[in-house]
Design a protein around this ligand. Structure first.
Ligand SMILES: *Cc1c(COP(=O)(O)O)cnc(C)c1O
Length: 395
């Protein structure tokens, strides 16, 4: 996959993906091919590309780079993360079972339940951190086992190796949504997974200006099957989006290092503040998934969730005061973000669902960006002081 002849690290290969590959004008950065169609030599005879829905050189540059970084045989670039996930669900037919985490991405949950009802496949949602869930999987014999780790917003860690071993034993296809960590921090194919999916909207592109997705496969036959569906459904990614995402991908490793360093500083500050009554990050020894994360991840990630004393009034004061954390959904961009799960990412969940999941009004999720760590820390400390004043004011 790599253009380099000698062995290089992923960091280097991400930076150098497709650099110097242009043969027409020897451009250092490969050109963007926006063309919808390609010239046929004669009737029925064309080159590698004929029509951009089926294949496009710019999209292939991104696909080859991602396949290389994830350790797959190839990749498919889709119009969004959900497009990638919906392509993978084409593996499920009437009478099949899909086993998925109960605390997975809301859009995946919505797709699985709605499509399962229509197509006739059964969806079983389990807590994949529990022993019982493995027994349920053995009993139910799912066709596909869906894994998402770390989870949102509590960053629960699922043991990928245990689940992919089980999948192999029962003949299931194992899929890992690697959006929260990216290949810079976790390599699910090495841990036995058959497929990796990404919302490339997040860390892969990393600049919050592209919506895109990817599927990376270990087995060429499975890749071909999913590429066939991508073309059939017409959900391949746009060349311009692929161009931008590849530009973002070049700095993935450099960005990830700063994201993580800043997240650890933020965790340090939050851990010592009285008004923070709950703190969730896999780096914490008190985090339930700490040991598994230490084993299967090469970095802790830069999503941090916290609970504030004083409920909604304290949250409102905190958010009003923050200057360097923008109130928005999504994650993984260079800019720091804060989100309020109850009213944002998990608003479509009913009250009872949120109660069971432990998502309440005082909970916030940070996507720690790559600004200067001292600035981020000062901003948080200032906002925490305001939140504390509100929390301590008797009503
Ligand atoms: C954002 C996200 C998705 C969906 O991706 P889109 O690009 O928004 O379609 C899927 N899984 C996870 C974990 C995500 O964070």
């Amino acid at each position: 996959m790599s253009a380099q002849g000698t062995a290089t690290t992923s960091t280097t290969r991400a930076v150098r993906a497709a650099i110097g590959s242009d043969t027409a004008h020897r451009a250092v950065v490969p050109p963007l091919y926006l063309s919808a169609n390609f010239v046929f030599e004669s009737p029925g005879v064309c080159g590698r590309y004929d029509y951009t829905r089926s294949g496009n050189p710019t999209r292939d540059h991104l696909a080859e780079a991602l396949a290389d970084l994830e350790g797959g045989c190839g990749a498919i670039i889709t119009a969004s993360g959900m497009a990638a996930i919906s392509v993978v669900t084409q593996l499920l037919g009437c009478g099949d079972t899909l086993l998925a985490p109960h605390d997975g991405y809301g859009g995946s949950y919505r797709l699985f339940t709605a499509e399962g009802r229509r197509v006739g496949y059964e969806t079983v949602f389990v807590d994949q951190t529990s022993e019982q869930a493995l027994d349920i999987a053995r009993a139910r014999r799912p066709r596909v086992i869906w894994i998402e780790t770390p989870s949102n917003p509590f960053l629960r860690i699922t043991d990928i190796r245990r689940w992919t071993d089980l999948a192999r034993d029962i003949g299931a296809v194992s899929v890992v949504d690697n959006t929260f960590l990216s290949p810079a921090n976790q390599l699910p194919l090495e841990l036995g997974a058959d497929l990796v999916v990404h919302s490339a909207t997040k860390f892969i592109n990393g600049h919050s200006d592209v919506v895109a997705g990817a599927i990376i496969a270990k087995d060429p036959a499975l890749l071909d099957q999913l590429a066939w569906w991508t073309n059939c459904l017409g959900v391949a990614g746009a060349p311009f989006d692929a161009y931008l995402a590849l530009r973002g991908l070049r700095t993935l490793f450099a960005r990830s290092a700063v994201h993580e360093r800043n997240a650890l500083r933020v965790v340090d500050v939050l851990a010592t503040h009285d008004t923070v009554t709950g703190l969730y990050h896999p780096s914490l020894a008190t985090h339930g998934g700490h040991d598994i994360a230490a084993r299967q991840q090469s970095g802790w990630g830069s999503l941090v969730s916290l609970e504030l004393a004083g409920g909604r009034p304290a949250v409102d004061a905190f958010l009003r005061e923050l200057r360097l954390f923008t109130l928005a959904e999504s994650l993984g961009g260079v800019e720091s973000l804060v989100s309020h799960p109850t009213t944002m990412t998990h608003a479509s969940m009913d009250e009872e669902g949120r109660r069971v999941a432990g998502i309440h009004d005082g909970l916030l999720r940070l996507s720690v960006g790559i600004e200067d760590a001292d600035d981020l820390v000062a901003d948080l400390q200032n906002a925490l002081t305001k939140a504390e004043e509100v929390a301590c004011t008797p009503v």
